[in-house]
Ligand binder design. Structure first.
Ligand code: AHQ
Length: 232
């Protein structure tokens, strides 16, 4: 006899408790956001995170292709526009290239992916392939690491201008845009997850899926730390 499902508030609390393993706590990110990163470490991070950014719309398109619910598709397609741009809005990938430019990375070098580390590529590809194969509600659930993202973006916006005055402020626009976009994304993804994972077994699976995505983000930082180090 399977155990009774958690209430919605208990289920949400358990999802949010997973924030303890969010990459804001990874030594490489702590170094970045506490002002102890060198220009080379920042450039390495920006160049590698570019692969994550260009993979997000492909991940979201995979979710759309698996999703049979028009209401969900109408909402989810906005995420592709957020990254690829729409009309006059050049989009998040363009804003990330602006960040790359601001930290001294040539656009062509960033887009060539020549600095992409195997560990970052494999982690990001694992996320995209998960979204291609998993039931679409699981891929929606995986995006819930963004419950913790506004804090990490605000940390960058608050600290980088002081820590890294050599980075042109305009380069930080990506983080500014994500604070509101992440909050909007999470509102829908959390409501969908709470509504769709209704048995105890399904709720336990949702926690496993969220842990997988936390591991993707953590592994990206592990690869960066291995290649670029962190001050002892
Ligand atoms: O810039 C980020 C972004 O566009 C997304 C989409 C979302 C997803 O669908 O999984 N997750 C995500 C994240 C972005 N930035 C990360 C960061 O640290 O700057 C955080 C990351 C996330 O928390 O999943």
């Amino acid at each position: 006899m399977s155990e009774a499902p958690w209430s919605r508030s208990e289920f949400e609390a358990r999802l949010r408790a997973k924030g303890a393993g969010y990459h804001i706590h990874h030594p490489f990110n702590v170094m970045l956001n506490s002002g102890r990163a060198s220009a080379a470490q920042i450039r390495g991070w920006v160049a590698n995170r570019f692969y994550y950014q260009i993979s997000i719309p492909i991940k979201d398109a995979a979710i759309l292709s698996n999703c049979d619910d028009r209401t969900v598709r109408r909402e989810w397609i906005r995420r592709i526009h957020d990254h690829d741009g729409d009309g006059d809005d050049a989009g998040g990938i363009e804003a990330w290239l602006r960040l790359a430019d601001a930290v001294g990375l040539e656009r062509a070098r960033t887009e060539s992916l020549e600095d992409l580390l195997p560990g970052v590529r494999f982690a990001v590809d694992a996320y995209v392939n998960f979204a291609r194969r998993a039931p679409w509600p699981e891929a929606v659930c995986a995006s819930l690491t963004e419950m913790f993202a506004p804090q990490i973006h605000r940390q960058r916006l608050a600290g980088w201008p002081e820590h890294y005055p050599w980075i042109e402020r305009e380069g930080l626009r990506y983080f500014q845009n994500r604070v509101s976009q992440a909050s909007r994304d999470v509102e829908f993804a959390l409501a969908t997850t709470l509504a769709r994972f209704t048995t105890r077994t399904a709720q336990e699976r949702a926690l496993e899926v969220l842990q997988f995505k936390l591991d993707v983000l953590w592994q990206m930082n592990d690869a960066l730390q291995h290649r670029y180090g962190v001050p002892s």
